[in-house]
Design a protein around this ligand. Structure first.
Ligand SMILES: [Zn+2]
Length: 441
């Protein structure tokens, strides 16, 4: 058979190969990646009771019961979520620092791979001005809520510090509409569970932050403390339920469009919230389990329904999504969570303030905020690095043990990396006022 007579056969084989590789035939669906970061959502608030619609969506996929946030503070954890880097590597170790342009975000990588990148955030610490808009084609960080519009009968100039889910979800819908039919990456940050409590649930006309008041009456041993702590916890969960109704409607849309888009949806939180555990309130002061044990849930083709008990952490999210999108493994410091992890571990640290201060606990005792600085979770147990010691248990003040050489080396390495990093600080009236209003300064 001559080469000339082989030509039609070879052409036919080439066409067949193209069909097998997806180069011809019906067009592949565009891809849709949705990353939901829920501010201040404790692991135990992600329940069918508190979040029925959201859980109904995510119960179709994997739910990680041993997932830990990189820090207990908004900006540092979000910087890890978006870059897949540990806090001591990206250097955003507290709120008010800028995520530097030298750090590549998942939005930048996905934009390079042809995704339309859409960011919708709901509070000041994750504004574009602080570096969180890097790589987003469309970044919506306009907020409409303030803590009070009047004070003692006087009008207070409204400064928009945050948004609630009805507004944020509407902005997310508009972003998805804008990118219809394209490969899409949507990051939606919701703020509803964060103090002030009762605002999302409409239970307070002029919401105020309860935590400083609770702290005051708690440390004074006032008899009304238990009552007001109970009210606060109820309001926290009421806000979570109110958010769930809005988020549920968005998830219904995403589910209805799964035939049009190859879809993966991830839900997590930047930190939890101490509601009296270990004598603490709020977040950021400690790396107690109430503040770093948070939800992770993933729905998508190939993600079996059920609980995953291997330990994972914030930095693993970006790697998992990038591998899903076809990026080479090892692009970030995280691990691909598609398969259960052997020897799984999560690591992180506590924020670093300009002037290190003391946390005053509810029993009135003062605790040096520098101790502990780092944590590691193995087999569900949180181990802390406190100086050259490794400490077990959630109250390191009471549970010092002999050093664990392996972990001590890890904590020392993190401290060394941290010492060589610095991030630019964004200072100015608006930034300082907003962070202070949110309880961050
Ligand atoms: Zn936060």
């Amino acid at each position: 058979m001559s080469l000339r007579s082989l030509a039609p056969l070879l052409a036919g084989l080439t066409l067949a190969a193209a069909a097998c590789s997806g180069e011809s035939g019906p067009a592949a669906r565009p891809r849709r990646i949705v990353l939901l970061s829920i501010d201040t959502l404790r692991a135990d608030a992600f329940t069918p009771e508190s979040m029925p619609r959201t859980r109904a969506f995510f119960d179709r996929g994997a739910r990680f019961t041993r997932f830990y946030s990189a820090t207990s503070t908004t900006q540092p954890t979000h910087a890890s979520l978006l870059t897949g880097q540990h806090p001591w590597d990206h250097g955003v170790v507290r709120n008010g620092l800028v995520l530097g342009e030298e750090h590549e975000t998942i939005a930048e990588i996905l934009a390079d791979r042809g995704f339309r990148t859409l960011g919708v955030t709901s509070s000041f610490p994750v504004k574009g001005a602080l570096g969180f808009g890097q790589g987003f084609d469309r970044f919506d960080d306009t907020f409409d809520q303030t803590y009070a519009d009047s004070w003692a009968g006087e009008d207070v100039a409204a400064a928009a510090f945050y948004s609630l889910a009805p507004d944020s979800v509407a902005r997310a819908r508009a972003a998805l509409d804008d990118a219809e039919g394209e490969d899409q990456f949507l990051w939606l940050h919701l703020f509803d569970p964060h103090d002030p409590y009762g605002d999302a649930a409409g239970e307070s006309e002029h919401p105020v932050c309860m935590l400083p008041y609770l702290q005051l009456i708690g440390s004074q041993g006032h008899e009304s403390f238990d009552h007001w702590l109970g009210v606060t916890i109820e309001q926290y969960h009421a806000d979570v339920r109110a958010m769930d109704a809005e988020l549920g409607a968005l998830l219904d849309r995403i589910a209805a469009e799964e035939s049009e888009y190859e879809t993966i949806v991830v839900l997590t939180a930047d930190h939890g919230e101490s509601l009296g555990e270990g004598g603490s309130l709020g977040h950021g002061e400690r790396i107690h389990s109430a503040e770093i044990h948070v939800p992770l849930a993933i729905v998508g083709e190939g993600w079996d329904a059920g609980e995953r008990v291997d330990v994972a952490g914030t930095v693993d999210v970006a790697e998992t999504l990038l591998v899903w999108a076809g990026a080479p493994a090892g692009t970030t410091a995280g691990r691909d969570l598609t398969k259960p992890l052997e020897g799984s571990m999560a690591v992180g640290m506590r924020r670093i303030l300009d002037e290190e201060t003391f946390e005053i606990r509810l029993d009135g005792t003062r605790h040096d905020q520098r101790v502990p600085r780092f944590y590691a979770v193995e087999d569900g147990e949180i181990l802390y690095g406190a100086g050259d010691q490794v400490v077990r248990a959630d109250d390191p003040d009471r549970a010092f043990e002999a050093p664990d050489e392996r972990l001590a080396r890890f904590f020392a390495g993190a401290a060394e990396a941290l010492a060589s990093r610095s991030a630019e600080e964004l200072r100015g009236g608006e930034v300082d006022a907003a962070l202070e209003a949110l309880g961050y300064r």
